[in-house]
Design a protein around this ligand. Sequence first.
Ligand code: PRP
Length: 182
Amino acid sequence: MEQDYRVEKILYTQEFIENKIKEVAQWINETYKDSKDLALVGLLKGSILFLAQLIKSVKVDHTIDFIVASSYYGASKSTGTIKIVTDLAHDIKGKDVLIIEDIVDSGITIVKVIEYLKTKQPTSIRVASLLNKSAKRKVEFTPDKIGIEVPDLFLIGYGLDYQEKFRNLPYIGILKKEFIKD
Ligand code: PRP
């Protein structure tokens, strides 16, 4: 696989990631086999590649919607405040909601998003996260389904960005130090 010159190391190859995504899809097919109304809710923008790859293997009928939640509005992430920048387009009342995330880090974003979505009265609400960085957790939370448990490193690729770039890399890796500007 061709490696971007700014990438120090590839941690997870496309093949490895996509095999893990197939496992997540199998979990969805099993968990929601009796569901009448499954809504996948992608948390933008990190989840785009994961969601696109995931639904190729999801056999249960479902709808797709998106939500944009930002934790960077005028404060650092550690304040634990998030803002719903773009809300869902469709009603989720009475539906089984599965939130699709790229990574759960401190857990603050996902816990707040769940809290918010619960006010819309879905029948159930679960989370599938491609990556889980439990070492960084600040609030208690475990996704219902995890693709890969990752070490405490700054990761880019497969949806994950550094300053909004590198989401397009088909693998997950770490940046070379000289390309990290502070
Ligand atoms: C990233 C990621 C998660 C969140 C995880 O989103 O996609 O949503 O941070 O961090 P946390 O568990 O510490 O809250 P970000 O706000 O960077 O937006 P993005 O999806 O557009 O990259």
